[in-house]
Design a protein. Structure first.
Length: 149
């Protein structure tokens, strides 16, 4: 018993003998070292240090996310207003630079005379064959008295 008390941690300890003191490949089992200063294996307390570091990192990430969520500027609330619909004129002014060219068409009539009615307005879309204006029949050249040929 005194032998085991006099040993220091840097001394080598023998593993307990199992069967014939040879491992599976026929080599002898080396003694186990209790000196952790130069060993490459896991050191006691090292696992706790990693757990502490990971826990602190998670805590920092959670606190940072919470601070971001609470301290970020809020977007203004959208408000809507209801208005009643009224019928009226809508005036829109458009300004632009550059040349503007309108499309003009010459209207050729078969007969000449005085217009009695205009059936379309300015800017209105028309279709082929649509009546645009009506001539006064009294002023047509063929309807005047004394022009019988």
């Amino acid at each position: 018993m005194q032998d085991s008390q006099q040993r220091t941690e840097s001394q080598m300890l023998d593993r307990p003998r199992i069967r014939d003191d040879a491992d599976f490949f026929g080599e002898e089992n080396p003694p186990i070292s209790t000196d952790h200063s130069g060993s490459t294996g896991p050191q006691p307390g090292r696992g706790r240090r990693w757990i502490t570091i990971i826990a602190l990192l998670l805590l920092v990430i959670i606190l940072g996310g919470l601070a971001f969520a609470l301290l970020r500027p809020r977007s203004p609330q959208v408000t809507y207003q209801s208005q009643t619909v009224v019928k009226g004129d809508l005036n829109i002014t458009a300004s632009a630079t550059g040349p503007i060219q309108g499309t003009l068409y010459n209207a050729d009539f078969v007969a000449t005379g005085r217009i009695s009615a205009i059936d379309v307005s300015v800017g209105q879309h028309v279709t082929a064959g649509q009546t645009l204006a009506t001539l006064d029949r009294a002023t047509l050249p063929g309807n005047t008295p004394g022009t019988d040929a």
